[in-house]
Write a protein that binds this ligand. Structure first.
Ligand code: CA
Length: 366
């Protein structure tokens, strides 16, 4: 073979490897039959959470680690915290457009463009974590979620749940409905709309901005998650009163979503690994919060002097009445929103009836 031909072959091979290096490359030498099993997919996973925030931010890190190990390195995902690649509230559009292959957030953050999305995160006075998981995975919820996200080129998965949250941090006591008037509070999703109708001023801020806003008085109050997560954000150093229960987020589902083109590019075994690994972190986050919340609450009260308060009964009743209105109205935009609302409400009513004589009866009795 002439020297020039050899050189051209090497240049050609270099070009091919260079092109494969953009996003995927073979791990070692392969024959075509093995390629599907050895191709490495290098993905970016962008999140709405501060990097490595306990609970919420750790979940996508664990997801990436599970997938790396399960796939023997074929699915190699790098996780970015909020603001590292795009802003916290830009991840939906960024993954939709293919800037990153995967995202991790909460569906109610997209309520502005997609009102029905909030129902896949949480509904005020709605279902708890156990019930949400039942609806999503065995009650038709996930199929509706996929239908809602399909026009945005996204495939969603449930990928975490905090359990019942706390009502939040307040710098003044809430003794009556009058105390909600003009209250500027960080509270996302449908809960924010409920607060607005009760006379408050809801603000939506990503986790990284909550502490400073509260500490500087830009907001009067904030909800975040619960003791374990709130302690990590030091919210107790910016507000005195810690109220319960989290009427606005009774069992919020966190989400992972994958760009549809990226999803379609995967072989079936890697798709199945994502399906199973998201189910694993969906469960793991709830387990971790369950295990750590009480100890964190004891620390907040005993070491930091936080004052624990229950929201008054009349305030809760008013918020519950307003929640029914807000949730019903949020489902009227189009035919799909109506189907999502109908599915959620029918499932919630049925599961509530059974849980009255099972979970709830037991909790009351023990
Ligand atoms: Ca929250």
């Amino acid at each position: 073979m002439k020297r020039g031909n050899v050189l051209r072959q090497w240049v050609g091979l270099g070009l091919i490897l260079g092109l494969l290096g953009c996003g995927a490359e073979p791990a070692g030498s392969v024959d075509p039959g093995q390629q599907a099993e050895t191709k490495v997919y290098r993905w970016k996973l962008i999140t709405t959470w501060p990097k490595n925030l306990p609970g919420l931010g750790v979940a996508p890190e664990r997801l990436a680690e599970h997938l790396r190990k399960m796939s023997n390195g074929r699915l190699d995902i790098k996780v970015y915290g909020a603001g590292e690649l795009v802003g916290a509230f830009e991840i939906f559009d960024a993954v939709s457009q293919g800037t990153a292959e995967m995202g991790h957030g909460a569906a109610y953050y997209w309520r502005g463009k997609l009102p029905a999305a909030a129902m896949f995160a949480t509904v005020p006075f709605g279902m708890n974590a156990q019930e949400m998981n039942g609806w999503l995975h065995h009650g038709g919820g996930l199929e509706l979620w996929r239908e809602l996200y399909a026009p945005f080129n996204l495939v969603p998965f449930a990928a975490g749940n905090s359990g019942v949250q706390m009502a939040g941090w307040f710098n003044k006591e809430i003794n009556s409905l009058a105390d909600l008037q003009g209250l500027k509070m960080r509270i996302p999703g449908l809960g924010g709309e409920v607060l607005a109708r009760a006379g408050g001023v809801p603000v939506s801020l990503p986790g990284s901005e909550v502490y400073t806003a509260l500490q500087t008085g830009v907001i009067d109050a904030t909800e975040w998650v619960g003791p374990y997560n709130d302690l990590a954000l030091s919210l107790h150093t910016a507000a005195k009163y810690y109220y319960y229960p989290g009427w606005h987020e009774p069992g919020p589902t966190l989400e992972a979503f994958v760009n549809k083109d990226a999803w379609d590019s995967l072989p079936p075994d890697l798709q199945e690994m994502i399906t199973v690994a998201t189910r694993a972190i969906n469960e793991d986050m709830l387990s971790e919060f369950t295990a750590r919340n009480n100890a964190a609450l004891v620390t907040l009260i005993e070491e930091h002097g936080v004052e624990l308060r229950e929201l008054p009964e009349d305030v809760m009743q008013r918020l519950k009445a307003l929640s029914g209105e807000v949730v019903a109205e949020s489902a009227q935009q189009d035919e799909l929103s109506k189907r999502i609302y109908a599915s959620y409400m029918a499932y919630a009513q049925a599961v509530k009836s059974y849980h009255e004589i099972s979970e709830q009866a037991y909790l009351n009795a023990r």
